[in-house]
Design a protein around this ligand. Structure first.
Ligand code: ADP
Ligand code: ZN
Ligand code: MG
Length: 480
């Protein structure tokens, strides 16, 4: 059989670090970075006798995430110890939730590979503490433990195995990321490890009713690697089955450099962790009123922003959808529009030039280095005629490299637009003199010749001539 005769099945466990100020069971700071072991106390270092106290904000953020993903919120949930030793986990257990998670049975909507709507079900969202970090090879080949991250609150969102391609998995993760950003429960910075996914992959013959055995690739934190890893791993499993082998249930490590997966350990089952209710923590009881209150105060979600952009700001459905796909883009759009007063132009810059640069640089919107105010001011400069849109593109490149006030950038580079009649006339006359054929073409009815002449004049002035004035003056001269 060929690879085409198989179906790929994917389920994601997504960990998001919550953006609460303090940790889940103590009052230490959750701030990213900091000198090693400076955001720690006896609780998050697992000292004997230290007692955890649940941070109420963590419950609130977890409920928010559940409501925004259509989950049922448990009125009665609890914390359980998941026992395992790892050098970055000094308690030798993680405090997670086993049989009574905070949120259950949700779903999010994505598009399948044909662009049709598809529902991905969420089995559960639970709250738990993050582990510390091991820094390898920094000290004579050994490893150093940094517990700043130990006890940072996480929500783990477990999907059903509903995805059927790498593309669907990517869109699901993007959707979840965008929802968490909108409701402001996590900054979802993948480059800082705030959002990480365990990617479960299996394959089965098309039409089969049972799932195949899955492997799990741990702790993935870039969309590109996730897509590559799913493609590699599903093909590996198919080839193995085709050769008469069997897929082992195991945890794998994806290596971005070699583009392969490597076995880490055979996959454990839930019973191996010896879960039991944490005796140091009380049950989490939530009233209807508490949940209702969080629901009422949920920030505006992407769908509603999209509708508003269409009805109030006159954007097309497509533009509104593309901008609201990311909260960072959407916030950038709103800020820019407020500064320059032109929604359509703000959307155009974001969706054309800025998106292109993000693609080229393989950057995510949250890595955009300039502010909405800077982008808005650049648009104002174009609208006032201080610079042409051709120069605007150069200013934008500069904003990505060295974000600064656009007016300063324009001044420092001598990019002010030439709008002086006599200066424009001089260029027009020079260009006409150098291109007699274009004059003849224009007179013979070839309108394209005008565009060519304007282009030549732009080139001669390094993009600084005012294009409307050029156009007007060329037409005047050509019709003389
Ligand atoms: P664990 O925490 O041990 O990894 P869970 O059952 O909580 O186990 O989570 C398993 C994840 O794997 C879920 O996201 C689920 O959708 C996914 N999954 C389960 N079975 C399969 C399968 N056969 N193929 C692909 N994904 C699967
Ligand atoms: Zn602490
Ligand atoms: Mg898992």
């Amino acid at each position: 059989m060929a690879r085409d005769d198989y179906e790929v099945v994917i389920g994601l466990e997504v960990h998001a670090e919550l953006s609460t100020k303090t940790k889940i069971f103590c009052s230490c700071s959750t701030e990213f970075g900091g000198a090693p072991n400076t955001h720690c106390c006896p609780v998050c270092m697992g000292m004997p006798g230290a007692l955890p106290v649940l941070n109420e904000k963590v419950v609130e953020y977890g409920v928010k995430a559940g409501l925004a993903t259509n989950c049922e919120i448990s009125r009665n949930s609890k914390s359980d110890r998941k026992n395992y030793f790892y050098p970055d986990t000094p308690k030798a257990y993680q405090i997670s939730q086993y049989d009574k998670p905070l949120c259950e049975n949700g779903f999010v909507e994505i598009e399948d590979d044909e662009g049709n709507p598809k529902t991905i079900r969420l089995l559960r969202i639970h709250i738990e503490d993050d582990a510390g970090k091991l820094n390898h090879d920094e000290f004579g080949g050994g490893s150093l433990v940094d517990l700043n991250r130990a006890g940072v609150p996480l929500i783990e969102s477990v999907s059903m195995p509903d995805m059927r391609s790498a593309g669907e998995a990517e869109r699901y993760l993007r959707k979840l990321k965008s929802i968490f950003e909108y409701i402001e429960v996590s900054d979802c910075k993948m480059q800082e490890g705030s959002l990480r996914a365990d990617v479960n992959v299996s394959v089965r013959k098309k039409g089969a009713t049972e799932f195949g055995t899955r492997t799990e690739m741990k702790n993935m934190s870039s969309f590109r690697s996730i897509v590559r890893a799913i493609e590699y791993e599903s093909n590996r499993q198919i080839d193995l089955i085709e050769e008469g082998g069997v897929v082992e249930q195991e945890s794998l490590r994806w290596d971005d450099v070699s583009g392969r997966t490597f076995p880490m350990r055979s996959k454990e089952d839930a019973e191996d962790y010896r879960y039991f209710p944490d005796p140091d923590l009380v049950a989490i009881r939530l009233s209807d009123e508490y949940i209702e209150n969080i629901k009422k105060n949920l920030p505006e979600l992407p769908e509603s922003r999209k509708q508003r952009y269409m009805s109030e700001l006159g954007l097309s459905e497509k533009d509104a959808r593309l901008i609201t796909a990311s909260k960072y883009l959407s916030d950038l759009f709103e800020g820019t529009k407020n500064v320059c007063g032109n929604a359509k132009l703000s959307a155009n810059w974001i969706l054309s030039d800025i998106s292109r640069i993000l693609n080229e640089k393989e950057m995510e919107p949250d890595q955009i280095p300039f502010t909405a105010e800077q982008l808005g001011k650049m648009i104002v400069l174009i609208e006032k005629g201080t610079i042409s849109s051709a120069i605007g593109k150069k200013v934008l490149t500069e904003l990505f490299e060295n974000p600064n006030d656009p007016e300063e950038i324009v001044k420092a580079n001598g990019w002010i637009q030439i709008s002086d009649e006599s200066a424009i006339k001089e260029v027009v006359m020079q260009v006409l003199e150098a291109n007699p054929q274009s004059i003849a073409d224009f007179k013979a009815g070839k309108d394209k010749a005008l565009g060519f002449l304007v282009g030549q004049a732009m080139k001669a002035t390094k993009g600084k001539a005012n294009p409307q004035m050029l156009n007007k003056m060329f037409i005047e001269e050509l019709n003389k």
